[in-house]
Design a protein around this ligand. Structure first.
Ligand code: FNR
Length: 186
C-alpha cells in the first residue's frame, strides 16, 4: 500500500489548498497513507546562508520524508498565473545541494492538484510546475487532473464541503496511489 507525502503550497491558515490536501488524506484508499506537510519554517533560499550554515533542518527533515515515501503530491495555489514564490522556494531548497537532488527527486512519482476561487482552478500554476518536475527528473503522473475552481463555494469552515469534488478527489488519489506503488523507488 502506498505511503504518500503531500505538500500544500500556501502558508495561509484558512488556505483552500491546505484544506484540499487534508481532504485528500481523508479520502485516500484503505491502506494508503497521505502525510500532510506545509511550508512553515522554510527560510528564503539564499546561497550565502547555504554556504555558511548548510541545509536548514526543516528542509533536511522534509527531504528525508520524501525519500521515505512512494510518491509526492503537490497541492498548488496559483499566483499571477504561475507558481507561488513560497512554494517554488521550498522546492528549490529541496533540490540543494545539487548532487543530492537525484536522491530526493529522481524518478519520484509526483502528482499536482490545486484549488482557487477563480474559474480555472490553478490550471496555469499546474502547467507551470511541469518544467520544474522535468528538470528535477521526477516521474509525473498524468493519469488524472484535478483543478478545483470556485473554491469559495466548495470549502466551508476550512474543510472540503462539496461531495462531487470529494468524489473526484478520491478517484484522483486512488489513481495516483496505484501509480506511486507501481513505480515506487522503495
Ligand atoms: C492570487 N489568486 C489567483 N488565483 C488564480 O486563480 N489565478 C491567479 O493568477 C491568481 N493570482 C493571485 C496572485 C496573488 C499575489 C494572490 C495573493 C492571489 C487568488 C488565489 O487563488 C487565492 O488567494 C487562493 O485562496 C490562494 O490559495 P490558498 O491560500 O487559499 O491555498
Amino acid at each position: 500500500m502506498a505511503k504518500l507525502l503531500g505538500i500544500s503550497g500556501s502558508l495561509r491558515r484558512g488556505s483552500f489548498n491546505t484544506a484540499l490536501l487534508r481532504a485528500a488524506a481523508e479520502v485516500a484508499p484503505e491502506g494508503t497513507t497521505l502525510v500532510v506537510e506545509t511550508l512553515h519554517g522554510i527560510p528564503l533560499y539564499d546561497a550565502d546562508l547555504e554556504a555558511a550554515d548548510g541545509i536548514p533542518e526543516a528542509v533536511t527533515r522534509l527531504k528525508a520524508a520524501i525519500v521515505a515515501s512512494d510518491g509526492l503530491l503537490l497541492v498548488t495555489p496559483e499566483y499571477n498565473n504561475g507558481i507561488p514564490g513560497v512554494f517554488k522556494n521550498e522546492v528549490d531548497w529541496l533540490s540543494r545541494p545539487s548532487d543530492d537532488s537525484a536522491r530526493v527527486f529522481g524518478a519520484l512519482p509526483v502528482a499536482v492538484i490545486g484549488a482557487s476561487p477563480g474559474g480555472f482552478g490553478t490550471i496555469l500554476a499546474q502547467a507551470a510546475w511541469l518544467p520544474v518536475l522535468r528538470t528535477l527528473g521526477t516521474n509525473p503522473w498524468f493519469g488524472g487532473r484535478l483543478q478545483v475552481s470556485g473554491a469559495g463555494k466548495i470549502f466551508a469552515d476550512g474543510a472540503l464541503a462539496d461531495e462531487t469534488t470529494r468524489s473526484r478527489l478520491a478517484g484522483f488519489i486512488a489513481g495516483f496511489a496505484a501509480f506511486a506503488e507501481r513505480t515506487s523507488r522503495l
